[in-house]
Design a protein around this ligand. Structure first.
Ligand SMILES: Cc1cc2nc3c(=O)[nH]c(=O)nc-3n(C[C@H](O)[C@H](O)[C@H](O)COP(=O)(O)OP(=O)(O)OC[C@H]3O[C@@H](n4cnc5c(N)ncnc54)[C@H](O)[C@@H]3O)c2cc1C
Ligand code: SF4
Ligand code: SF4
Ligand code: SF4
Length: 391
């Protein structure tokens, strides 16, 4: 029995099955929505069932939360480049300084979101900032195995489902994981790489993009602020921050029409996670821990293991303080339940296949009159008067 018959709702795309297969009979192939799924070459498959076992085992990998903290990097320059409190970079530095290697998510110059390996702090710069697209793990599971066997310290930062896949794979390969440190995220779900590449193509039609950031720190960080507006730098030196064009992709992301199907059934949408440490934005920090709030960002941290605590305690750049998990949970829907599937999801994809990107950008991505109004300064002033908070 192999993995061929797995349902889309059950597959997160971690690639553990591909990596574990002794005959290299599995490849990861994109479906019509652009998400990768395993494809088995039945001609070479010997029915060893390893792919099936590694996939089942992965669902059992969770640790409870032992401690929770508010944390921020003490270097404002790191904070500016990070999505929340710059915790990830502090931990990357710690592992690199111990001659270790870091695996994190990078955005390539041709807009591919990939897990990459870094063996220097300079290369870790690629990992700054959340990329709200499903990352391609490529063959990083095998690379981690090699690094661990060679005795290196390894830090792997990715979504919880990928961490679970990695741990299950290493177990089936009998690799010692004493030197492996894992960090996952509170996770809303991962949008389609296909929609993202169409979006970037559309942006490029008007002006050529040189750098794309999914967040901005040009507005004060905090829940409800405009820091989700994306920043786009162009080759001609111009920069666009939080305009209607820069918000389209994130509007599509938050519409829940283009997340990976498995994300709506995520087994990690609670405080128990497979990683040593979970990192997120500490939305609500301004109310819950006002003296620790920083307009450049604060991370929420859940510690699940002694190794996770070691990472926090040893990170030189980090300031942190205890905060109850209940406070963190207040503004984190995905610590309570998976993101609900949009009623319009099927219609969204039918319309996308038939009419293309611009059609769905207008209908679901706020590229319309309503979007223009919501994005205007006038609306922001009105909302502030009504709610007492900045958008
Ligand atoms: C798809 C996605 C959904 C998220 N949903 C939530 C949420 O609902 N609530 C919340 O509070 N936080 C969420 N986050 C986490 C948050 O956006 C920040 O990534 C986190 O707070 C770390 O910030 P930082 O300042 O420590 O590090 P940063 O410097 O911002 O580094 C980000 C780290 O995340 C990793 N990363 C970047 N893109 C991806 C990706 N596509 N897949 C896996 N890992 C990635 C990088 O390797 C890097 O180590 C999500 C992140 C992603 C990628
Ligand atoms: S191991 Fe991962 S990629 Fe393979 S079928 Fe299971 S969930 Fe999907
Ligand atoms: S059953 Fe064994 S040989 Fe066949 S695809 Fe799965 S892991 Fe590979
Ligand atoms: S929501 Fe769950 S299944 Fe989806 S990417 Fe995040 S951790 Fe994986």
């Amino acid at each position: 029995m192999n993995i061929t018959k797995i349902k889309k709702e059950d597959c997160c795309g971690c690639s553990a099955c591909m990596s574990v297969c002794p005959n290299h009979s599995i490849s990861m192939v994109p479906d019509s929505e652009g998400f990768l799924y395993p494809k088995v070459d039945v001609g070479t498959c010997v029915d060893c069932m390893l792919c099936h076992k590694v996939c089942i085992e992965k669902k059992e990998k969770v640790n409870s939360t032992l401690y929770s903290f508010a944390a921020k990097n003490s270097d404002p320059e790191v904070l500016k480049k990070s999505s929340s409190g710059g915790l990830s970079h502090a931990i990357c530095r710690e592992i690199i300084e111990q001659n270790g290697v870091v695996y994190g998510v990078a955005l390539s110059s041709d807009s591919q979101v990939l897990i990459e390996r870094a063996d220097s702090i300079e290369k870790c710069e690629l990992f700054y900032g959340s990329k709200y697209v499903q990352a391609n793990p490529n063959n990083t599971l095998e690379m981690v195995k090699k690094d661990l066997i060679e005795g290196k310290k390894v830090l792997y930062i990715a979504t919880s489902c990928y961490i679970a896949g990695l741990l299950s794979y290493l177990k089936y390969k009998n690799v010692m994981i004493d030197n492996l440190y894992t960090v996952d995220l509170i996770c809303h779900g991962v949008p389609s790489p296909l929609i993202f590449s169409d979006y970037v193509r559309w942006i490029n039609e008007k002006r050529t993009v040189s750098k794309f950031y999914f967040r901005t720190k040009k507005k004060p960080w905090g829940y409800g602020s405009r820091n989700f507006g994306c920043t786009i730098k162009y080759v001609d030196g111009k920069e666009e921050v939080d305009t209607i064009r820069t918000r389209v992709f994130l509007n599509l992301f938050f519409s829940n029409n283009c997340l990976r199907p498995h994300c709506h059934h995520c087994e990690y949408a609670g405080i128990d996670k497979p990683a040593d440490l979970t990192v997120a934005d500490y939305w609500g920090c301004i109310e819950q821990e006002p003296e620790f709030y920083d307009k450049l960002g604060v991370s929420a941290v859940l510690v699940h293991t002694d190794k996770g605590l070691e990472l926090i305690r040893n990170a030189q750049e980090l300031e942190y303080k205890d905060t109850p998990i209940e406070k963190i949970k207040m503004k984190q829907g995905n610590l309570n339940h998976p993101s609900p599937i949009a009623n319009s999801r099927e219609q969204f994809w039918n319309e996308y296949m038939k009419n293309g990107f611009l059609y769905i950008a207008k209908k679901y991505g706020g590229l319309n009159i309503k979007g223009i109004i919501i994005n205007s300064k006038l609306y922001a002033t009105y909302a502030k008067l009504k709610t007492g908070r900045s958008l």
